[in-house]
Design a binder for this molecule. Structure first.
Ligand code: ARG
Ligand code: ZN
Length: 857
């Protein structure tokens, strides 16, 4: 069954008020829902409420039990005569048998909910669509010993004890909200409390709820929340609106976190941190996700989505907002580099494969499959481009208008763009193509230089051409608006020859003229990654090396180095190795004392194997691996002294979670990797010494990641020590599984197959499943083993996981859909596995949609 955007119709019934009564118990929970419903418009249709998997017990209308309700598919259909009624339903659900982790489920002995996108219908009968906004009151009754804490959306109202060992609590959320933002938690939890005074003087009580033992690991998340609240006031003028803001961490969760009004629920990996168990990367991700969910209070909750085709309205914008927050906490340049690397690692492949879809999709079978890098990360790039076109004041005027005008409503992407046009006083007619056309635009940029054409200097001409590749269902594309930040530098002087220009390239072909040029110019283009496109240019290796040393835009500098490395690696994988330019450029960067260390660490890192593969007509995983290893070895041996110097910089420095501390550690691990790549005799010992003496998880994991790919016997020693030290900490054990699945050893496939049988491996915990299966799918060489064992392993795991948790299974499928990018032998093996998945009896529609689309593509 395909749902189409063009078929949208407004709801036939509205639900101004909802009151829910939960009698909670892990095996049988009884839910009584009292809905005040009003007929929306002039029609005679019955009330249709969505449901899934619950057992209906009774229905009353205006206080009278009725029998003429029926179940149609999974909907409850109730005939109603008047324009307004009170409908009460009673159902039973079984949280402890809920392995999908959608709706009300059990995790670690506690009960919690996840409703986005369509989980609320698994709790009670309701019009489960985002444009039905209701004011909720919730009552919960539960055993006092097992569930001493009872939380729901909004503010607490009352609580009390019952004689039978149970207690109850009521909560009220004054803000009308869609059902996907409903949440409750019942459990044995401890709280880390904070407080925040908003700009208008409202006192907000903050709470982070976790298992008692995890309480010491919640300070970082609480601090991040306070910073995010202040940032949204200064940056967007947005203030929090309730008296309490609670966050609960749970171990079993399908994705990162959820922005339920006043009661965010998080995957514990995005809350819990201390230096011994969390890496710098984890700390950064925690702050980003805490901020992301908090920012949703305005971009998502106060203004929600009219329908799920508009998902990027809240997700793209909120990702853009959390990226801005993180950029302001540390290095803006490094944050941009990380975000672009992420975009290229997941969104670009998605956009060029069988699952490509526009930022505002036209159709879906299962909406859970559309929580994608395209909706989130490309969506954020769209907002970034509009911000660039409007400028800071125009953009703020646009967001102010958007927040004011659509507050309390369920809006569309079109509403957002209209606000930008009016607030920023620009015409975005053609820009809207970014919402409807899938595919990553390709830009070719050719700079030529003519001397003697005018008395006041020479002329440079930039010839631009764009092409948007065809994608499934969209064979022909129109040219898009590409905001390209461009600047020219003098090849001899190393100085800028022009100011930075923002070129709005909106045609198939265009020529931009630069007059008054005084020396041979070098092109710096798409600075800051101003447009999410692929740029091909006529720049030579020497030009790229020059930019990597002289460009004043740090991203462009990084990008020049990446391009130089990519060109080198692709040529090398095709049998033409020439490492000299890369080695000189890396040496130069390592020597530059003015650069911040985190930036240096990013700049000297080689592109990933899969990103190299994306540049080749047919991916040859073995050739790519060998080319990359050989460049790593040359860099390691020829710059060994510099790596050792860089490595030693962190020596004796105490651990601090500061931009400087992070930079030192990041460079240290990168340097260790190159020392190991050089084949130096002491490399394994050096890594092991770091592993043993580390007083923080960043250094420990840095060492383990190096050791896990080595042939040295110390490898198993380190893995065993790590295991025995952390086997009781699920989040750290995930790292142990993941590191082995990402190893570059020849026997990784066999090791991963063995780990799938490990006593600590389990498909029912999504983090654990992703740490092994997801990481293995991202290991290009191991996964694409010629014998097809990687493909078979993934398919077996997905079919097994699908029976428990379809959403998580479907998310792990995409590596199998890349078959068109490989040789015919591999493509045939991948297709065979996809066909086997599609033919599996009882397959979920989640996995079916992903697998069948991957076959067609
Ligand atoms: N809205 C949540 C967030 O981005 C994620 C919800 C994901 N839902 C899903 N069905 N995949 O913060
Ligand atoms: Zn989000």
């Amino acid at each position: 069954l395909v749902i189409r955007r063009e078929d949208y119709t407004p709801p036939e019934w509205l639900v101004p008020e909802t009151s829910l009564d939960f009698v909670l118990d892990p095996s049988t929970t009884r839910v009584t829902a009292t809905l005040s419903v009003t007929r929306n418009g002039d029609h005679a249709s019955p009330l249709r409420l969505d449901g899934a998997g619950q057992k209906p017990l009774s229905v009353t209308v205006d206080g009278v039990a009725i029998n003429d309700w029926r179940i149609d598919g999974e909907q409850l259909v109730i005939p109603l005569a008047g324009a307004a009624h009170v409908v009460e339903t009673q159902v039973e659900i079984a949280p402890d048998r809920n392995t999908q982790l959608m709706g009300l489920y059990a995790s670690g002995g506690n009960l919690c909910t996840q409703c986005e996108a369509e989980g609320f219908r698994r709790i009670t009968y309701f019009p489960d669509r985002p444009d039905v906004l209701s004011v909720y009151s919730v009552r919960m009754t539960a055993d006092r010993t097992h569930f001493p804490v009872l939380l729901a959306n909004g503010d607490p109202v009352a609580q009390g004890q019952l004689d039978d060992g149970r207690h109850w609590a009521t909560w009220h959320d004054p803000f009308p909200k869609p059902s996907y933002l409903f949440a409750l938690v019942a459990g044995d939890l401890a709280v880390n409390r904070g407080r925040f005074t908003t700009m208008s003087g409202r006192e907000v009580s903050l709470g982070i709820w976790v298992r008692e033992a995890d309480l010491p690991k919640t300070d970082h998340a609480l601090k991040a929340l306070e910073l995010a609240m202040a940032w949204d006031e200064t940056t967007y003028g947005r203030e929090y609106d309730l008296d309490v803001f609670n966050i609960v961490a749970v171990d079993d969760f399908n994705f990162g976190a959820m922005e339920n009004k006043g009661l965010n629920i998080f995957n514990s990996r995005y809350i819990l941190a201390d230096p011994d168990t969390a890496t710098d990367y984890d700390y950064d991700a925690i702050a980003a996700v805490v901020a992301h969910e908090y920012f949703h209070n305005w971009s998502g909750n106060r203004i929600t989505c009219r329908d799920w085709f508009q998902l990027s309205l809240k997700e793209g914008f909120t990702v853009y907002r959390d990226q801005g927050f993180s950029a302001d906490q540390g290095s803006r340049a490094v944050k941009r580099i990380e975000d672009v690397r992420g975009l290229r690692a997941s969104q670009f492949p998605e956009d060029s494969g069988p699952l490509a879809h526009p930022v505002r999709p036209e159709s879906y079978q299962e909406i859970s499959n559309f929580y994608t890098a395209t909706i989130y990360n490309k969506g954020a790039e769209l907002i970034r481009m509009m911000a660039a076109i409007l400028g800071p004041q125009g953009f703020r005027a646009g967001t102010d208008l958007y927040f004011d005008r659509y507050d309390g409503t369920a809006a569309t992407c079109e509403d957002f763009v209209t606000s930008m046009e009016e607030g920023g006083k620009v015409d975005l007619t053609q820009f809207r193509l970014w919402y409807s056309q899938a595919g990553t635009p390709r830009v070719s940029a050719n700079l030529t230089y003519e001397t003697g054409v005018s008395p006041d200097g020479d002329r440079a001409m930039l010839r631009l051409a764009q092409q948007v590749p065809s994608t499934p269902g969209q064979p022909v594309k129109s040219p898009m608006v590409l905001p390209l930040r461009v600047r020219l530098f003098g090849a001899d002087s190393g100085l800028p020859l022009t100011d930075e220009r923002l070129i709005l390239f909106d045609d198939t072909l265009e020529t931009v003229v630069f007059d008054g040029i005084t020396e041979r110019p070098v092109l710096s283009i798409n600075r800051g990654f101003s447009a999410p496109v692929v740029v091909e240019s006529n720049r030579t290796a020497a030009d790229l090396a020059f930019l990597s040393a002289h460009d004043d835009d740090p991203f462009a500098r990084y990008e020049a180095m990446q391009q130089l490395m990519l060109d080198t690696l692709v040529a090398s994988a095709q049998g033409r190795p020439d490492h000299a330019d890369v080695i000189a450029a890396v040496a130069n960067t390592l020597d530059n004392a003015e650069l911040d260390l985190a930036f240096v660490a990013e700049a000297v890192l080689l592109p990933s194997e899969s990103f190299i593969g994306d540049q080749m007509p047919i991916v040859d995983p073995e050739a790519i691996f060998r080319a990359r290893e050989s460049l790593r070895r040359d860099l390691g041996t020829q710059l060994e002294a510099q790596w050792r110097t860089a490595y030693a910089r962190a020596e004796g420095q105490p651990y601090t979670y500061t931009p400087e501390g992070k930079g030192l550690r990041r460079l240290r691990t990168v340097a260790l990797g190159y020392i190991a790549a050089s084949g130096a005799d002491d490399a394994a010992d050096l890594a092991f010494a770091q592993f043993e003496s580390a007083d923080n998880m960043t250094d420990r994991m840095g060492a383990l990641t190096t050791l896990v790919s080595s042939e040295s016997g110390i490898r198993t020693t380190a893995l065993d020590i790590f295991y025995s030290q952390y086997c009781d900490n699920a989040l750290v054990l995930d790292k142990w599984f993941q590191a082995q699945a990402l190893s570059s050893r020849d026997d990784t496939g066999a090791i991963v197959a063995g780990l799938a049988e490990h006593a600590d491996f389990s498909l029912s915990n999504p983090n654990r499943a992703r740490s092994l299966i997801g990481a293995f799918g991202a290991n290009q060489r191991a996964f694409n083993n010629m014998d097809g064992s990687g493909y078979r392993f993934l398919a077996d795991q997905l079919v097994a996981l699908d029976r428990l948790n379809p959403q998580t299974a479907a998310k792990l499928l995409p590596p199998l859909g890349r078959w068109r990018r490989f040789d015919s032998a591999r493509a045939g093996l991948m297709r065979a596995e996809l066909e086997r998945i599609v033919a599996t009896p009882g397959l979920s529609k989640d996995l079916f949609e992903q697998a069948s689309k991957s076959l067609e593509g």
